[in-house]
Ligand binder design. Structure first.
Ligand SMILES: NC(=O)c1ccc[n+]([C@@H]2O[C@H](COP(=O)([O-])OP(=O)(O)OC[C@H]3O[C@@H](n4cnc5c(N)ncnc54)[C@H](O)[C@@H]3O)[C@@H](O)[C@H]2O)c1
Length: 254
């Protein structure tokens, strides 16, 4: 095994929304790099499928049903993670939802749900893992925001953009508070990535038009996001905190 493939040996990671898409690819990349992973998702069957993939070569991972908006569910996930895999070193706040509703048509319920999952969820997950990370003086928290958070969403509505922008603020505020404990907190801002979320909300024609407009004329892959997560978890990234890293084929350049 090459040296880079071992960079996360001994680390335990929680990935939310790991049942499919970007969360599944992040989990696979973390395991390839030596970490053990709690593949958590509100959809247990999908989380179990991810864990099965992760455990093909060796037993590294567990599946867990979690709703990131429920403190109770998060507490039981942490307890299970610690019992079965060990202390949590890495948290990837990836679970998210997106609606395309235009601003005048967004109901109070849809607004609330989007903010609950996309920003309250990462906040609650962060609160759940921080005490242990502070005690052990090591931690990596990675928030999956979006280009939407840096600018405005190409697909999602105002609630999606607001939640992803808010997540960048949460990233900076927590990063500043916990830096002295050896904990880094960063955000990744993907552009269009090839997942069910993107495919289900875009027509083929619309997708092609987007791709034609990107400087790198293709859609991003979940694995490319996973590689960036691994880098941010590694010792090579120990001086990076409070950052928002773009991965978007040049679609957005700030
Ligand atoms: N695909 C893209 O183009 C793109 C671009 C930018 C950012 N993102 C962000 O990346 C993340 C992953 O996106 P994806 O495309 O893989 O989406 P996806 O819809 O394919 O996967 C999201 C996962 O989150 C889970 N989830 C939803 N609500 C949950 C909850 N309350 N608790 C726990 N799990 C929950 C879902 O069950 C699903 O498995 C999201 O935060 C999304 O906003 C995606």
């Amino acid at each position: 095994m090459r040296e880079e493939q071992n960079i996360l040996v001994g680390r335990v990671a929680i990935v939310t929304g790991a049942g499919r898409g970007i969360g599944r690819a992040i989990s696979e990349k973390l395991v390839e790099s030596g970490a053990r992973v709690v593949a958590s998702d509100i959809n247990l069957a999908n989380a179990e499928e991810t864990a099965q993939i992760l455990n093909v070569h060796r037993q590294t991972s567990i599946a867990c049903r979690v709703d990131v908006t429920s403190v109770e569910s998060l507490e039981s996930m942490i307890a299970e993670a610690e019992e079965k895999l060990g202390h949590v070193d890495i948290l990837v706040n990836n679970a998210g939802i997106m609606f395309r509703t235009r601003v005048l048509d967004i109901s109070a319920e849809e607004w609330e749900k989007t903010l609950q999952v996309n920003i309250t969820g990462p906040f609650l997950c962060t609160q759940a893992v921080l005490p242990g990370m502070k005690e052990r003086k090591f931690g990596r928290i990675i928030n999956i925001s979006s280009s939407a958070g840096r600018s405005v969403s190409t697909l999602g509505g105002a609630h999606y953009t607001a939640s992803k922008a808010g997540l960048l603020g949460l990233t900076r505020a927590v990063a500043k508070e916990v830096a002295s404990f050896g904990i880094t907190v960063n955000a990744i801002c993907p552009g269009l990535i090839d997942t069910e979320m993107a495919r289900k909300t875009t027509s083929e024609k619309e997708l092609q038009d987007f791709l034609d407009s990107f400087p790198i004329r293709r859609i991003g892959t979940p694995e490319e996001v996973g590689d960036l997560v691994v880098f941010l978890c590694s010792d090579k990234a120990s001086y990076i905190t409070g950052a928002s890293l773009d991965i978007n084929g040049g679609d957005l350049m700030i």
